[in-house]
Design a protein. Structure first.
Length: 314
């Protein structure tokens, strides 16, 4: 392909914006498709997506269809004569006519080593599960949920201190780098699609706010991973005195006691769990600021042996 490839890009959040930057480097982005602006914050003012902001800065046409399935949106794409569509965290499953509108189809930048963690929240699910390695897969899209054949995968070790935020940023960069390297090779016919394995399939459903609540019946090692995985959203929390107490940082402790029981209040708030103990290191009362556990305990007396948080039913 002699001239620069014509690319339609489809994506919405910051993860996708990094991939859009890569597309600007390797081709001519003829249009950007992103989710409609949505109300945000207390004032509910309409907020634009990071992808829309980047496209506007590059003076690229932005399309924001309320829906694409059952519409003539595929014809809109075909009129742009794209060679390929690049999709990254767009936010909706795309129908066959849209996927096949570009001459060479549509490829997806997915933040996992497929077929593990198909779905909307692969980064957080990998962290919460304790995966030692994750990565990015560039795949040829079909109508399923991240079921299309793979073009190339690139691995990334998961660090012991990684959070949902740090792993997101690392994978966003890895995805952009992979696009710069692999998209020209795919367009040149050098990366034939390979079907995904039928074994090892796991799903990564969208996160719910309720998943952030710490259930002290779970093992401490699992709770520690969940605190890191769910930062910044939905965040970890416990119910306390009729409010939510946010839990920003924890570590696995060494004490032993009943789930949900206060085991120590020196320097950290150590809680019993289903297996082992969890030391709560940074907390934030509802409506208050983030603080170390020692400062929190200086203002809130929690008795040893008490069970002040949440719903422990075992």
């Amino acid at each position: 392909m002699g001239a620069k490839p014509r690319i339609v890009f489809m994506g919405t959040p910051q993860f996708a914006a990094r991939s859009l930057e890569a597309c600007f480097d390797v081709g001519e982005v003829v249009a950007v498709v992103t989710q409609p602006d949505k109300p945000k914050g207390r004032g509910q003012a309409l907020a634009t997506s990071p992808v829309k902001d980047l496209a506007a800065a590059r003076a690229v046409a932005v399309l924001q269809p309320p829906k694409v399935k059952g519409t003539d949106f595929a014809a809109t794409l075909r009129a742009l004569a794209p060679d390929v569509a690049v999709v990254a965290a767009y936010g909706k499953i795309l129908p066959k006519d849209v996927l096949e509108a570009p001459a060479l189809g549509s490829v997806n930048v997915h933040a996992s080593l497929l077929p593990r963690w198909r779905g909307a929240a692969p980064i957080q699910r990998a962290l919460a599960a304790g995966d030692a390695v994750t990565g990015v897969t560039l795949m040829k899209m079909d109508e399923g949920l991240d079921t299309g054949p793979m073009l190339i995968r690139r691995e990334l070790p998961v660090a012991a201190h990684d959070t949902g935020a740090t792993l997101h940023d690392a994978l966003a960069q890895l995805g952009a780098d992979l696009l710069r390297d692999a998209l020209p090779r795919y367009l040149a016919g050098e990366l034939p699609p390979i079907p995904q394995p039928t074994e090892g399939v796991t799903l990564a459903p969208r996160l719910a706010k309720e998943e952030g609540e710490l259930d002290f019946l779970r093992p401490a090692v699992e709770l520690e991973r969940r605190v890191r995985a769910f930062f910044p959203w939905p965040g970890a929390y416990v119910h306390w005195n009729g409010t939510l107490l946010k839990v920003h940082r924890v570590e696995v402790g060494t004490a032993d006691g009943r789930p949900g029981q206060v085991l120590a209040v020196q320097g950290a708030l150590e809680m019993g769990t289903g297996s082992g103990s969890l030391r709560l290191l940074e907390l934030q009362p509802q409506g208050g600021r983030r603080m170390g556990a020692a400062e929190f305990l200086a203002g809130h007396r929690l008795a040893l042996g008490s069970t002040p948080f949440g719903r422990v039913t075992a």
